[in-house]
Design a protein around this ligand. Structure first.
Ligand SMILES: *Cc1c(COP(=O)(O)O)cnc(C)c1O
Length: 340
């Protein structure tokens, strides 16, 4: 979901324990063993459930209805249904960019419904591997993430009473954020690691042999991406300098503040063609005919000219595939894997 660029998936394949996908289309892109794929997301069509079951992927079941459809497909094809029950947690990850747990949600099964769904899955012969609990995303607060992980481990131990045996796998979600904006501090990974070790050291005995997974979409790929755009025009309006580029929200919706942000702030941007003191305060916009298409206001750069390349950093997650590429008929951004 964060970045399905095929050469990147090839590079990551030997480095990660598995891949998370959010559609059958993404499942088809995963290189190698599909048995280490987790498939989450609402609205999985029967065709997608069938593809995941045939591939031996683990499906995060998001509702009683979806669980019933997956069971029927598995029974009809005589293939095992490997599943996690995705549970909508009764807590949320404090300060997340996008909340995906707590309260009424499209994701997962509410806690009160979990026992019935688990009973139905057991009766239908499903292989329920454990639980998936995803409480939020884009968080820079190590304590908040650690608290959510601790609450998740506690909840998984309670839910384990409704499984025929101890859970094999508990997916703790992700939420690891990136410091996109001025004043953001990078996440304290050592602190999360230390607290997670404490949490796991004290876990309920029913989870003794359980494997725990983290899903780190954005965190693994975001900082690796640089988006380059060329300055087409430099103009002055209302006393302000505008740099108009050949880039835009059709390539990088998130970097223009139009994907899951409340307050519009700039990603880090630099002039990739020339260095020098920051003497120019400017507004950087894309080439689309909409006021939404802007990358930054009052950005300080060296004396930037037409033809210069501007680099937008932290552009590796939710870029091309999270952007309305067809809007206005401009060419797509070229994607390159470099330095691997
Ligand atoms: C989107 C999503 C992720 C990844 O979130 P990031 O913000 O990219 O880290 C992980 N798990 C699930 C279930 C998701 O829907």
């Amino acid at each position: 979901k964060a970045n399905p660029f095929a050469p990147l998936l090839q590079l990551l394949a030997p480095l990660v324990d598995g891949f998370d996908v959010a559609s059958a289309g993404e499942l088809a892109l995963v290189p190698g063993d599909k048995g280490r794929v987790g498939f989450a997301g609402p609205g999985k069509r029967d065709r997608e459930l069938a593809a995941a079951i045939a591939a031996g992927a683990t499906i995060s079941l998001e509702s009683p209805g979806e669980a019933g459809r997956a069971l029927a497909i598995a029974q009809g094809t005589a293939r095992p249904l490997h599943a996690l029950l995705r549970v909508n947690p009764p807590f949320e990850l404090r300060g997340s960019g996008m909340r995906m747990g707590g309260g009424a949600r499209a994701f997962g099964v509410d806690l009160e419904q979990a026992p019935d769904v688990l009973a139905m899955l057991a009766a239908g012969g499903a292989h329920v591997r454990g639980f998936h609990i995803f409480a939020g995303s884009q968080n820079l607060d190590a304590e908040a993430i650690a608290d959510a992980q601790a609450a998740t481990v506690t909840l998984a131990a309670e839910l384990a009473a409704h499984l025929p045996g101890p859970p094999e796998l508990v997916n703790l979600g992700g939420g690891f954020g990136l410091p996109y904006f001025a004043g953001d501090r990078p996440l304290d990974l050592a602190r999360i690691g230390a607290r997670l070790s404490e949490t796991l050291a004290r876990r309920h005995p029913v989870l003794r042999d359980t494997r725990f997974a983290l899903e780190l979409g954005r965190f693994l790929v975001g900082e690796a991406g640089v988006y380059l755009m060329r300055v087409v025009d430099r103009k002055v309006s209302g006393g302000q300098t505008f740099l108009v580029t050949d880039g835009g929200l059709h390539h990088q919706l998130a970097a223009t503040g139009n994907f899951g942000t409340v307050v519009r702030r700039s990603y880090p941007i630099a002039n990739a063609s020339r260095s020098g003191p920051a003497v120019l305060a400017c507004n950087i916009v894309g080439c689309l005919c909409t006021p939404l298409d802007r990358f930054g206001e009052g950005v300080e750069l060296p004396d930037t000219r037409e033809g210069d390349l501007l680099a937008v950093f932290l552009a590796g997650a939710y870029g091309r595939t999270a952007s309305p590429e067809a809007f206005l008929g401009h060419p797509p951004a070229a994607e390159l894997l470099v330095g691997a």
